[in-house]
Design a protein around this ligand. Structure first.
Ligand code: GCU
Length: 610
């Protein structure tokens, strides 16, 4: 079934459903920052509900009566039995994870209810959507005591149409957010990052015309530096319209006509200054229809592979990268602000990076927009991490939906060059089938970008030499191979790096997507003493020497920019529930290895090779 037909049926069903009251997740609206919005961020009333008594009765049946917390029911008389009250309950900040806002919630996994009241004077002939940047992990959303729907997946946006559900005064939106881990989830029960729960990104009311520009793509055709190829999708009753794409600074103005599905595809030549890390040129792109208009800042660059080379704007590129978790610099917890992104990317730039691997899940939109502005290339990943339930069709649907939401949100960001569909997943037929479907989805939804995955090659010993071969079957479907290795930390000694050789079954570029060692900032000793800065420093020196010997290496993103929280890291005094492989501590202190990598990147920047 073609993309076009999928949009047509999907759009029409959703339109009918939304308008008739059966709430559903609405199609994602592109670029909400450029729309007329009301933000609902701030202090929300919250009820911590470990036994889900606000959702299930004592027989574990869904509650429908006034005991259900989403009703926000108030006692009508002194005899009335009501056992919850948002207005006298505590508060939590939104956006924000709950774990770092209250000591008692640091390890909490379960349900927290959120309530926010607001008045809303809707303009005539407008539609309104309630938009969430993300909520981890499962979010049930209610408005004025009615269910709007639910969303699964903690790292991608979702929205609901609320046009006919809003009242001028006294609206209340309530969420049941649950971050309990489960085998069938994506990610599954076991991860090396903190399971931050809550409404972790901004909440916004978005007001758009009756027929509005739901989404668009304006990018350079794959491998071209002049041909713009794209599409536009309207949403509403008036789907046949004349639309115009303007790029004033490039003298572009194209008027087109949408079809009965509200969609139009286009392609035209343009003379553009290309976006690159050295010159992150963004153009103001104005997209208008008869009933709506939206403006975006878009960079134009082409990304492609040719044999073992990665080509940016047709030129070979070495990705000088670092891996990053979505944790706020200097303050603990989930990052979500522009300033968080700017500080993390400034540290990366200070390292000499032109690239970041955002691990292991889609980070907030601010990170992509700031990367666009600062000229940092980006690898984004869906949390298909370690041992996912490969045979479970629900798990596959979940992973596909997260990938779809990621692509829908970020497909106009020049900085974004690579979609990664997995991290360290054990080879099996079921796994290969699962990943293959995600790879095809990424390629068909967005043919302009590259697809990768963080694999784990296997090694054999030959006398005193170590040879590692990349031959994972799934790599045959990838554009770029990623590989994680911890030689000198989890296996072998640092000195074994000097006798390690790499080969690959595939004529493809390799990004060494992870390597590293733990060191507590300020802990010193000789280079053989684990957990010291000297050990980490020495490991980086030997890793870099080995990496320079890999002929098909076209990028590195060592693990990791900053120490981050992990429930797997229990060693007292040293770890204290932090993974210490950062080159910067959680307080922003730079470890010795930071400068080893910085030196390597400065040299390779000058030499234009590793
Ligand atoms: C793994 C994994 C990371 C983890 C890292 C580590 O390779 O991909 O999520 O944090 O190794 O062990 O430090």
């Amino acid at each position: 079934m073609s993309n076009l037909l999928r949009c047509l049926i999907g759009g029409l069903c959703l339109l009918l459903l939304c308008r008739q009251g059966a709430a559903q997740i609405a199609p994602l609206i592109a670029n909400i920052n450029a729309r007329q919005t009301t933000d609902l961020d701030g202090q929300w009333q919250t009820i911590v509900d470990p036994y889900d008594v606000g959702f299930l009765d004592y027989r574990a049946h869904p509650l429908k009566n006034n005991g259900a917390f989403y009703k926000n029911y108030k006692p009508q008389s002194k005899a009335d039995f009501v056992e919850y009250d948002f207005d006298t309950a505590g508060q939590l900040s939104v956006p924000g994870d709950w774990n770092t806002q209250r000591e008692s919630l640091l390890f909490y996994e379960g349900t927290v209810w959120y309530k926010r009241s607001f008045d809303y004077a809707k303009s005539p002939k407008k539609r309104v959507f309630l938009h969430f940047g993300a909520a981890n992990y499962l979010a049930y959303v209610y408005l004025n005591g009615e269910e709007l729907g639910h969303h699964e997946g903690g790292f991608t946006p979702f929205d609901f149409e609320v046009t006919d559900r809003l009242q001028t005064k006294g609206n209340f939106v309530i969420l049941r957010v649950n971050n309990t881990r489960a085998k069938e989830n994506v990610p599954t029960i076991n991860t090396d990052w903190w399971n931050y729960g809550g409404i972790t990104r901004p909440v916004t009311l978005v007001e758009v015309p009756d027929t509005f520009i739901q989404d668009y793509s304006v990018q350079l055709e794959k491998g071209s530096t002049r041909q713009i190829r794209g599409w536009l999708q309207l949403n509403g009753a008036q789907l046949r319209q004349s639309v115009t794409i303007r790029i004033p600074e490039a003298g572009v103005s194209k008027t087109l006509q949408t079809g009965i599905s509200g969609r139009v595809e286009f392609s035209f030549d343009a003379d553009l200054k290309l976006w690159s890390p050295e010159n992150p040129q963004l153009y103001t792109v104005n997209i208008s229809s008869e009933t709506d208009q939206v403006t975006d800042q878009i960079g134009f660059r082409s990304i492609a592979v040719r044999g073992i080379d990665i080509l940016l704007n047709g030129k070979p590129l070495f990705l000088r990268g670092i891996s990053v978790h979505e944790e706020a610099p200097m303050r603990s917890g989930r990052a979500w602000k522009d300033d968080d992104a700017r500080m993390l990317l400034s540290w990366a730039k200070e390292l000499g990076c032109n690239f970041v691997r955002l691990a292991h899940y889609p980070h907030n939109e601010a990170m992509l927009r700031v990367a666009d502005q600062m000229g940092v290339l980006v690898w984004e990943e869906v949390p298909v991490y370690w041992t996912i339930q490969w045979e479970n069709p629900e798990t596959l649907r979940n992973a596909q939906s997260q990938l779809n939401e990621l692509i829908t949100r970020d497909h106009n960001r020049a900085a974004l060059i690579i979609y990664s569909v997995a991290n360290e997943t054990p080879v099996s037929d079921a796994r290969n089938r699962f990943l293959s479907q995600l790879i095809q989805q990424a390629h068909s939804s967005d043919p302009t970008r590259l697809v990768s995955a963080a694999l784990q090659a296997h090694e054999t010993e030959h006398g005193n030499r170590l040879s590692i071969r990349i031959d994972d079957p799934i790599a045959s479907e990838l554009d770029v191979m990623g590989n994680n290795e911890y030689i000198g930390w989890y296996n072998h000694r640092i000195s074994d790096l000097d006798v390690t050789d790499w080969t690959s079954k595939y004529d493809k570029p390799l990004i060494m997507s992870e390597f590293g060692a733990d060191a507590l900032f300020g802990r010193h000793g000789d280079s053989e003493t684990r957990w010291t800065e000297e050990y980490q420093e020495s490991l980086y020196e030997h890793q870099i020497a080995m990496l320079r010997r890999i002929p098909f290496l076209r990028g590195t993103s060592p693990w990791i920019l900053k120490d981050f929280r992990s429930p797997r890291r229990t060693l007292p005094v040293i770890e204290d529930y932090f993974n210490r492989k950062g080159l910067v501590s959680e307080h922003g202190e730079k470890k010795k290895a930071f400068f080893v990598l910085q030196k390597f990147y400065r040299e390779s920047q000058i030499a234009q090779t590793p």
